[in-house]
Design a protein around this ligand. Structure first.
Ligand SMILES: *[C@@H]1O[C@H](CO)[C@@H](O)[C@H](O)[C@H]1NC(C)=O
Ligand SMILES: *[C@@H]1O[C@H](CO)[C@@H](O)[C@H](O)[C@H]1NC(C)=O
Ligand SMILES: *[C@@H]1O[C@H](CO)[C@@H](O)[C@H](O)[C@H]1NC(C)=O
Ligand SMILES: *[C@@H]1O[C@H](CO)[C@@H](O)[C@H](O)[C@H]1NC(C)=O
Ligand SMILES: *[C@@H]1O[C@H](CO)[C@@H](O)[C@H](O)[C@H]1NC(C)=O
Ligand SMILES: *[C@@H]1O[C@H](CO)[C@@H](O)[C@H](O)[C@H]1NC(C)=O
Ligand SMILES: *[C@@H]1O[C@H](CO)[C@@H](O)[C@H](O)[C@H]1NC(C)=O
Ligand SMILES: *[C@@H]1O[C@H](CO)[C@@H](O)[C@H](O)[C@H]1NC(C)=O
Ligand SMILES: *[C@@H]1O[C@H](CO)[C@@H](O)[C@H](O)[C@H]1NC(C)=O
Ligand SMILES: *[C@@H]1O[C@H](CO)[C@@H](O)[C@H](O)[C@H]1NC(C)=O
Ligand SMILES: *[C@@H]1O[C@H](CO)[C@@H](O)[C@H](O)[C@H]1NC(C)=O
Length: 776
């Protein structure tokens, strides 16, 4: 019995050695190629793929998988392996040629640059999956890819191929998934369709974000009954959109042709021809006519986006009854007429509804509130009227509510307070009255647009509950009372606009706690008292904004279907601008104009070095313009007009190199105007008018005696009396004769008739100086 045991022992030893050897020997040729590949990925000094070490089993390296029986590499999955700091990666694809059994190659997101090298790549006959997306390949897509007969999945998206050799691709391979999105392809779409047409096995085709030109390739759908996903969005397709006459594509699940130039009507049988669609995006084209009732047959439809077209007619009731799976419905920016919904609203799963910018009329029907899953409701810019129904409180998941630009009237119902998830509320441009809607339950509210209504009563304390508030705009309402001191607790506020109300009393010092404020507009109120000197606690910088530009004003949502990009109106450079997204990020300004503010302008105001716009006009500020204003280095618009400011204008203001609009008109300023240099050379007399004691260009009054120095107000007065008179007279006589003599010389050469004219000019010049002389 000894023998067999020894035998088994040796067999075991042999097998295990073979196993170890086989492992280590994961094909020497492939291992050394992998090590070269690692060297290339890391060139010149990266340190990716640390597990790839000589003398170890390459089949166990990260991103490598081998065939168990042959030991050959079948998968290389190396996305994002090159350190971005190393810059572009030029790969010699012949490094790949030893991998004869390779089935899947993923080199996406690796800064691969230059031309896609045909040599190595096209020899990989067994390749089924090739993913080279998010690289920087240029030039043509190699036609030899057509020789890869086993290829099922080809993803070259997000590269820079500018032209494609389509024809050589006309070989029949089994391609199921083709992704050429965002490749800067610009050939007529016909070319690629020639190729696609020969591919009967295609299931997914993604060609978005290219420059394809031509008519919509109807025939792609025609006999290709296996196609499930077709994405042609953001190209230059034009012409009518016809659905195929043959085949009913029961397979098609997702069709996106948004952002092209496609026109014509929607086929009346679209719903019967594409019955299984779950996503249809035709937004941003030129579709006309009405929405065919047959859409109601698409009972699986989860997302329908027809926004930004020229569709007219009513919203068909079949749509809101039949498409019971609908999650997103985008119909905004069309010409839709009729009532908001004419019938029972059966879309109980609907989360996002955008029907803004149409011509819808009537009231909000009670059936609306069956859509209890709604998180975004946007019906802006229609003609919806009546009260906001109390049932709105049933939409308890609502996060974005945009009723802007309709004819809603009456008070906002108490039930509004049930909308505890509310984050973005826009009721502006309606005729709503009563107190502004504010509930202690609005814990998540960040954006509140209430401008241009008839809201009255004081600012309610409940607002304090919305401690995340970033934007509060109550412009042009009838709010009374004082600016509450608790406003200082809303420390996240970035934009506070209370313009055009009846607020009285002082600006509270607590306002200085709003450290993130970048736009503060309290103009056209009845505010009195002096400005708090703590104002420099605020930075008024643009930099404090989030990276996500649009987010501040646009509702947070996964789908950007015609979202209410509600801008903020703010006057700067005397122009009312609507700021939104990016530009708003850089805007910062204070507008206290048209109040009854008194006292001196605090020196600290000059420390707001990030401020872009300051308007203190139409108040009763006294004292000097603070010399600290020279530090307002970002200021572009500065309006101090219509106050009672006196003394001289600090000459240092000429250092404000960004100043584009400047006014100190209608004050009691005196002395010399700032030098006509830099930005100040562009300001005209209107910037200074209504200050009788100002002199120097561009004011039509010279500062005679004060050639080089800036006089103090006292000096100025002396100058005006004696010395001034003598020097003025001397200069007057001197220049009069020089001018007259010169004129006579000229007249010597010209006709009698013109001479009259010249004497006239001389006379008026003279009269003007004499007038000034007499005035002295
Ligand atoms: C790529 O490598 C192969 C083999 O090492 C070599 O023959 C060829 O010249 C290389 N190509 C380039 C463009 O460097
Ligand atoms: C397509 O792109 C290539 C490379 O940028 C350019 O040379 C060619 O003129 C373009 N063709 C058209 C029709 O725009
Ligand atoms: C459309 O595609 C171009 C590239 O062709 C891209 O730059 C642009 O951002 C895309 N636009 C949209 C709205 O996706
Ligand atoms: C699709 O098939 C029909 C019927 O077989 C045929 O008549 C038609 O020409 C085909 N379409 C295209 C674009 O070839
Ligand atoms: C549509 O497709 C279904 C399923 O493949 C088939 O039963 C039906 O006959 C087709 N209808 C038409 C009009 O082609
Ligand atoms: C609403 O949808 C259901 C299916 O969920 C359907 O049975 C019902 O008929 C629809 N309501 C109306 C009024 O059509
Ligand atoms: C919709 O609301 C009506 C009454 O407003 C109610 O009768 C109906 O049952 C509701 N339907 C659903 C699906 O909630
Ligand atoms: C101001 O903004 C910054 C940056 O968005 C944020 O971190 C901070 O919490 C905000 N609030 C205050 C009071 O600074
Ligand atoms: C402004 O406030 C003062 C008191 O501060 C009051 O006398 C005056 O009537 C108010 N004016 C307006 C237009 O509200
Ligand atoms: C439809 O396409 C547009 C533009 O390509 C896109 O912005 C929008 O989010 C899409 N709509 C849906 C519901 O996905
Ligand atoms: C300052 O405010 C007044 C009154 O609101 C306005 O008329 C003027 O245009 C504003 N000035 C600037 C420079 O924006």
């Amino acid at each position: 019995m000894e023998c067999p045991q020894v035998f088994y022992f040796w067999v075991l030893m042999f097998v295990s050695q073979l196993w170890v050897y086989g492992c280590f020997g994961c094909f020497e040729k492939e291992r050394s190629s992998l090590l070269e590949l690692k060297f290339s990925i890391n060139h010149p000094n990266g340190n990716s793929l640390p597990s790839w070490r000589a003398g170890t089993d390459c089949c166990s390296w990260e991103g490598v998988r081998c065939n168990f029986s042959t030991g050959r590499v079948i998968l290389l999955e190396l996305p994002q392996s090159r350190d971005r700091m190393l810059g572009d990666w030029y790969l010699n694809a012949s490094l790949l040629s030893p991998f004869e059994e390779l089935k899947s190659l993923y080199l996406n997101n690796n800064l691969l640059s230059g031309f896609l090298d045909e040599e190595g790549l096209c020899r990989l006959n067994n390749l089924q999956w090739l993913v080279l997306s998010y690289n920087e390949f240029e030039g043509t897509i190699p036609s030899c890819l057509g020789n890869l007969k086993n290829l099922l999945h080809l993803d070259l998206s997000y590269n820079r191929f500018c032209e494609t050799k389509y024809q050589p691709w006309n070989t029949t391979f089994q391609l199921e998934v083709l992704d050429l999105s965002n490749c800067k392809l610009n050939k007529s779409v016909g070319g690629i369709i020639n190729f696609l047409y020969s591919q009967h096995d295609l299931i997914e085709v993604y060609l978005s974000h290219n420059h394809f030109l031509g008519k919509f390739p109807t025939w792609l759908l025609e006999n290709n009954t296996g196609l499930q996903f077709l994405d042609l969005r953001n190209n230059s397709l034009w012409g009518n959109f016809h659905l195929p006459l043959y085949g009913n594509n029961t397979a098609l699940l997702e069709l996106d042709i948004s952002n092209n130039h496609i026109s014509g009507q929607l086929s009346s049988d679209i719903g019967t021809l594409l019955p299984n669609l779950y996503s249809l995006n035709m937004s941003s084209n030129f579709f006309q006519g009405s929405i065919p009732p047959s859409v109601g047959n698409m009972t699986n439809l989860c997302a329908l986006d027809l926004s930004n077209n020229q569709l007219a007619g009513a919203i068909p009731e079949q749509l809101v009854v039949g498409c019971v799976e609908m999650l997103v419905l985008g119909l905004s920016n069309n010409n839709l007429h009729g009532r908001l919904f004419s019938t029972f609203f059966n879309l109980t799963k609907l989360k996002f509804l955008y029907v803004g910018q149409n011509n819808l009329v009537g009231t909000i029907p009670p059936s609306f509130f069956n859509a209890s899953a709604l998180t975004v409701l946007d019906i802006e810019d229609n003609h919806i009227s009546g009260r906001i129904p109390s049932q709105i409180g049933d939409l308890s998941g609502l996060s974005v509510l945009i009723l802007r630009g309709n004819n809603f009237s009456g008070m906002v119902p108490f039930e509004f307070c049930k909308l505890e998830k509310l984050n973005f509320l826009d009721l502006s441009y309606n005729s709503l009255s009563g107190p502004i809607p504010s509930c202690s339950s609005f814990k998540y509210l960040e954006y509140m647009h209430l401008a241009k209504n008839a809201f009255s009563e004081p600012i309610p304390n409940e607002l304090l509950g919305s401690s995340s508030m970033k934007l509060l705009n109550i412009r042009d309402n009838d709010i009374v009372g004082v600016l509450p001191t608790w406003i200082g607790s809303l420390t996240e506020l970035r934009i506070l606009i209370l313009k055009g109300n009846h607020l009285h009393w002082h600006i509270p010092v607590e306002l200085c706690q709003l450290k993130n404020l970048s736009i503060l507009d309290l103009s056209y109120n009845n505010l009195s008292g002096s400005l708090p000197s703590c104002i420099n606690n605020l930075t008024f910088g643009g930099s404090i904004w989030e990276h996500n530009d649009g987010k501040l004003l646009s509702p947070v949502s996964t789908f950007s279907v015609g979202i209410g990009l509600t801008g903020v109106d703010f006057v700067t450079k005397s122009i009312m601008n609507s700021y939104e997204g990016g530009p708003l990020k850089y805007m910062s300004g204070i507008d206290f104009s048209c109040n009854h503010l008194i006292g001196e302008i605090p020196l600290e105001m000059g420390l707001l070095s990030e401020l872009h716009s300051l308007n203190l006009s139409h108040n009763q500020f006294t004292g000097p313009i603070p010399v600290t204003f020279q530090n307002l280095s970002q200021i572009e618009s500065l309006d101090l007009s219509y106050n009672k400011l006196n003394r001289t204008i600090p000459s240092e203001l000429t250092e404000l190199k960004r100043l584009a609009v400047f006014s100190v008109a209608h004050n009691n300023l005196s002395g010399r105007t700032p030098d006509m240099k830099y930005q100040f050379s562009t300001f005209t007399e209107s910037s200074y008018e209504g200050n009788p004691l100002l002199c120097g260009a561009p004011v039509n009054k010279s500062c005679i005696s004060t050639a080089n120095t800036i006089p103090s107000p006292e000096q100025e007065e002396e100058d005006d009396n004696d010395d001034g008179l003598v020097s003025f007279f001397a200069s007057f006589v001197g220049s009069y004769f020089v001018f007259l003599f010169g004129t006579i010389l000229v007249l010597y050469f010209i006709s009698q008739r013109r001479a009259v004219c010249f004497f006239h000019v001389v006379d008026s010049w003279c009269a003007f100086h004499l007038y000034k002389l007499f005035k002295l």
